[in-house]
Design a protein around this ligand. Sequence first.
Ligand SMILES: [Ca+2]
Length: 511
Amino acid sequence: MDTTGQNPSTVYRQGRGKPVFWFLPGLVMLLLFSLGTGQAATIDLEPLVTGLARPVAIAHAGDGSARLFLVLQEGQVLIYDGTEVLPTPFLDIAPLVSCCGERGLLGIAFPPHYRSSGFFFVNYTNTAGNTVIARYRVSADPNVADPASATILLTIPQPFANHNGGQLQFGPDGYLYIGTGDGGAAGDPQNNAQNLGNLLGKLLRIDVDNGEPYTIPPDNPFVGKAGAREEIWAFGLRNPWRFSFDRLTGDLFIADVGQDRWEEVDWQPATSPGGENYGWRRMEGKHCFLPSTNCNDGTLTLPILEYSHEQGCSIIGGYRYRGSQIPWHYGTYFYADYCSGRIWGAREEKSGRWTSTLLLETGLSISTFGQDEKGELYLAHYSESDGTLYRLKGKAPLPPLCNIQMSQPTYRDGDTVTASVVQIANPGPSPLAVEIKVWLESPASELFSVLNRGADGSLLLPPETEKDFGPVSLFRVRPAFARGEYALNCRVLHPITGATLVLDQNRFSLQ
Ligand SMILES: [Ca+2]
């Protein structure tokens, strides 16, 4: 932390004319040292459906119907029409599925052309315990699929019962992406995730529109590479139970479940050519796993976020929020932990670094997030017979505050100009910038920053930060100072757009 507030060079100055005051150390020091942390929930959960048996996935069809498809682990897909769950399942393939633990019907995805083609895709573990990716088609009734329409695209042998992945998503390129676990046990004993010769511990990318049952996109990164499976898009994953694309940018977020210590979020931009090695089993999160030292030869792509098992035990990846009902979370990437029930929101800073904020302690067993056609978010609480579908709702944060009061309206030669920062607060989920400046209003000329944090002279106020201050002596009036009207201003700025969110202006005069 920069604690050099007493250096005169820390005064930021712009505009014409000579400076009026050189520095205001008291306030600087107070602000640098005294910011505390408060709590203000900015989201809430609204239960929509209760009594669900083992809900594990939520999807929409992208067909304008506004329906949500609820995947139950034992093999059913139910439709929630916005009011109720329809009595007849959309699909029931329970006889084909082994359940439960980490096995079952685990994922569903609808292609962009679902409205015209009626095709959709599921990911389940079959009765032999192996992963199956299969295509089905809707029947003449839009709320019921045809169980006889099954075409199996892929069967992936699973050496152990756990780590079966489960997510299916269509990317912005129209290809089907499939997350696979490393095959299971602990520590990836077969070293599958680093082995390009099999489909375990990978993110796969296949073309389901040109050729039966699927074809390889010609720009997949390992096409033509000897010994490599051409379906592979990225590798080095342990159990990417949930991944998602940013519906605005196409960027990809992969939440990879950790072993005993670290849960992580991996990321790749929409422009990525694929081929990333996300590290497992050489690394768990940002830490060496096997080998325990010198694990990264520089070819590994490290996560943008990680948390330790003091915060939970199994990450549940969500979505980057692009809906309209929670505007203060636009652009937040939501994720949770199955064991602790915590929900976090991650924001990308100007620098490209991602930082997370704990948004809600739910106490729920969160198994999945889901997104509707409009980008609003949902999640499921997992239970054998009383699982619940929730909608994420906004709980409006209080607006930011920066309240300053002058000790008196007029000061004369020899007086000490004193102000109180009554309250400075950022109750929202995103960092904000605060700047406190003094300027001479008439004739308008000088600007002086009371703060010096960063090149633009502002202080970055972390999310959910609040502090009250007492009176602070700013400066003593000297004969050389220009007489006239002054203002002490506190502005809270959006750190990226620079928009003024709050302006508190306090006038005083020197006579
Ligand atoms: Ca990793």
